[in-house]
Design a protein around this ligand. Structure first.
Ligand code: 5GP
Length: 236
């Protein structure tokens, strides 16, 4: 693997150029942040845990016919990906009410959404990721109306595949955030899918097994992350 210059350094990952113009190297760091970077820590093993889960889920989704940027793992914290032109949208799918939707609307924590709810936020920490509607997405030139329909259909498929998988290992997929990017004419799934970007509850107990453990100091976050990784590894 040849790792080139840093293209971008985010809150938990560093993106490097590679020897190929259409591929990038993503390094998952041990940094964890919450509240738009207002709370920060370093937790040993966190990068490897998220990288492993992300790689597994990208593989699962590819098998189900969802195109993703994932190429392969180079080592436990280093992922080789296709270079996408990222669309600054956070596509959030919610199966149950938690987090901001409970804070902002009169829903009860844990209530089921059937069909699932899709929310699209503008990815901009300085603006606190404001929610967008379809007309704003089109006016900002992020996607056409047809592309919005395709992205939403893809997000629902991602939800079906992941929800069924987590159900099989005793976890409830409450909600998750994914990001898409352009690769030539295609729009595919990028970024990561990990315990940093999902809510997972222990089935039947609503016990958090995700970044909420860190956000709201509900216990040992690495214990939760390792438990999810171990269940995934045990399912293979
Ligand atoms: P909420 O809107 O309730 O804060 O988040 C909904 C879901 O999307 C949660 O699973 C949360 O982890 C994820 N999410 C929302 N915004 C972000 C973000 O900026 N970064 C990451 N990694 N996940 C996010």
């Amino acid at each position: 693997m040849t790792r080139g210059d840093i293209l971008y350094s985010g809150k938990a990952k560093t993106i490097f150029l590679s020897e190929k113009p259409d591929e990038l190297i993503v390094s998952f760091r041990d940094d964890i942040t919450a509240f738009d970077g207002g709370k920060k820590d370093q937790l040993e093993g966190k990068g490897a845990s998220n990288a492993g889960v992300s790689a597994f889920l990208f593989g699962l989704l590819e098998e189900a016919g969802v195109r993703t940027h994932f190429i392969r793992m180079e080592d436990p914290i280093t992922m080789r990906v296709r270079k996408l032109n990222m669309i600054p949208l956070e596509v959030i799918v919610r199966n149950r009410a938690a987090g901001s939707i409970v804070r902002n609307y009169p829903f009860t924590e844990g209530q089921y959404f059937n069909p699932p709810i899709i929310v699209t936020d503008y990815k901009d920490d300085t603006r606190h990721d404001p929610m967008l509607n379809d007309d704003i997405i089109v006016a900002l030139d992020l996607l056409t109306h047809e592309e919005i329909d395709a992205v939403k259909a893809s997000a629902l498929k991602v939800n079906r595949v992941m929800k069924a998988f987590f159900d099989g290992i005793g976890l409830d997929l409450v909600d998750f955030k994914i990001e898409y990017g352009r690769y030539g004419d295609a729009i595919m799934l990028g970024d990561e899918i990990s315990m940093d970007s999902m809510r997972l509850w222990e089935k039947g107990t609503m016990k958090s097994m995700d970044k909420d453990v860190y956000r709201f100091e509900k216990g040992d976050v690495m214990e939760a992350y390792h438990a999810v990784s171990a269940r995934i590894t045990g399912s293979r």
